[in-house]
Design a protein around this ligand. Structure first.
Ligand SMILES: Nc1c(C(=O)O)ncn1[C@@H]1O[C@H](COP(=O)(O)O)[C@@H](O)[C@H]1O
Length: 175
């Protein structure tokens, strides 16, 4: 089966951030493809990627970029697929430039923007979009997402229990 989610970034220097999206989608058994596609540096190839995405079977695009981050918005302008934008933080301005470039889209061209460096949430959001479908593949992704959420809840509860017990021990109440 081909990739359902395309993960693209403006430069390979974004990969340490964008890898989190690929990793969580791998955990959820969602097929992904990864590529460098830059609106600024390779505009024709970027347009082709966006235009061909649906025919190639992609269902969601995750696009990460830093600085003057035009890639997510430009992709959203040439594809009907949902585009999730990841603001990649660079050395200057701490990602505020990336965030504002991605989030402040003009009306009519939506990009679902996650937090600065929030590639893991971008992956999770892509899985939720896929899981909203009505076929068997969507149901399977949805079931894995429900498990994921259950594990998240348990982990949070365990952290609370650990903290309560450490505190009680410190104050001499026992655990
Ligand atoms: N924001 C964009 C775009 C674009 O939006 O088309 N293309 C590259 N870049 C960004 O430039 C930063 C520096 O790239 P280099 O590390 O290659 O110099 C990266 O964060 C990339 O996403």
């Amino acid at each position: 089966m081909g990739a359902a989610v395309g993960i693209v970034m403006g430069s390979d220097s974004d990969w340490p951030v964008m890898k989190d999206a690929a990793d969580v989608l791998e955990e959820l058994e969602v097929a992904t493809e990864v590529d460098v596609v830059s609106a600024h540096r390779m505009p024709e190839a970027m347009i082709a990627y966006g235009r061909e995405a649906t025919d190639r079977g992609l269902q969601v695009i995750i696009a990460g970029a830093g600085g003057a981050a035009h890639l997510p918005g430009m992709l959203a302008s040439v594809t009907p697929l949902p585009v999730i934008g990841v603001p990649v933080p660079l050395r200057h301005l701490d990602g505020m430039d990336s965030l504002l470039s991605i989030v402040q889209m003009p009306s009519g061209v939506p990009v679902a923007t996650v937090s600065v460096g929030g590639a893991r949430n971008a992956g999770l959001l892509a899985a939720r979009i896929l899981g909203a479908g009505t076929d068997e593949v969507a149901a399977a992704v949805r079931a894995r997402m429900v498990d994921f959420q259950e594990n998240l809840r348990k982990a949070a509860e365990e952290k609370g229990a650990r903290l309560r017990s450490q505190r009680a021990t410190k104050l001499g109440f026992g655990s």
